[in-house]
Design a protein around this ligand. Structure first.
Ligand code: GTP
Ligand code: MG
Length: 228
């Protein structure tokens, strides 16, 4: 029994050491790949900033409240490959890990989310890979956002490379809820019964928050109509 346990520990350790050898051998190409993802983030962020600027000029309002970007850590990438039982190669990362590059766009109103997503997807250099509408179909937790996996070209010295980027579009209220829920979910020392009660509370909060979004949007639309 003891042998099996210590054997397992050793096995885990060996696998980890192997992994880190592979990572070290690939460090340069890996750094290059990460740089390409950073470029893709810049491209997508700029596209949203341009759209915001245009709306600001034409309609005197900014549909975007803020943009947050993040690059998944190398450790996070390796963990995800391992979790999904995928090969440890750069090709595998590019093909399978669709959220290395992340762009989160925060809007005031739900309608602006769809308007911005349509504008982005109608651009001729953007290819839609996957769309998950957690606003129309919220997750069981109460999570709401519109998720897009897109491919955007980046122009290098001698080639054009298509990179995947995960775009999450949310309202301020959806972002507030998701940030809090994320923080609470990773708190330790919560027993299962307590966690279930908290989960129900959070679900209820997400519904209240969604109805507030809707009401505020209706008010905005009413005001806009009067101004027409
Ligand atoms: P991953 O393999 O983990 O990326 O899952 P997936 O491919 O099924 O993607 P999904 O669209 O479900 O979610 C991806 C991202 O959305 C997560 O990394 C979070 O940022 C966010 N997200 C999804 N569900 C929840 C949730 O219940 N709560 C919070 N706070 N965030 C969530
Ligand atoms: Mg993810």
């Amino acid at each position: 029994m003891l042998n099996k346990i210590s054997g397992n520990i050793l096995r885990k350790k060996l696998i980890n050491d192997d992994l880190f050898d592979i990572i070290n051998e690939n460090i340069r190409p890996m750094n290059e790949l990460m740089a390409y993802y950073r470029c893709a983030i810049m491209e997508v962020e700029t596209k949203f900033k341009v759209l915001n600027e245009e709306f600001s000029l034409q309609y005197d309002r900014n549909p975007i409240e803020g943009i947050k970007t993040r690059l998944k850590s190398k450790e996070g990438i390796v963990r995800k490959l391992n979790r999904k039982d995928l090969p440890f190669s750069l090709k595998s990362i590019e093909e399978n890990i669709k959220d290395v590059a992340g762009v989160r766009v925060i809007c005031s109103f739900p309608e602006d989310i769809y308007m911005l997503a349509d504008c982005l997807l109608s651009q001729d250099d953007i290819k839609l890979i996957e769309k998950k509408d957690y606003i129309k179909n919220p997750k069981k937790s109460g999570y709401r956002s519109l998720h897009l996996i897109i491919e955007v070209p980046i122009f290098l010295k001698n080639e054009k490379k298509r990179m995947k980027v995960e775009v999450q579009l949310r309202t301020i209220a959806m972002d507030f809820w998701a940030s809090l829920e994320h923080k609470l979910r990773y708190k330790k020392n919560i027993n299962p019964e307590e966690a279930e009660i908290i989960g129900k509370e959070l679900l209820e909060c997400s519904e209240i928050s969604a109805s507030l979004d809707k009401r505020m949007e209706e008010i905005r639309n009413r005001i806009d109509k009067r101004l027409e």
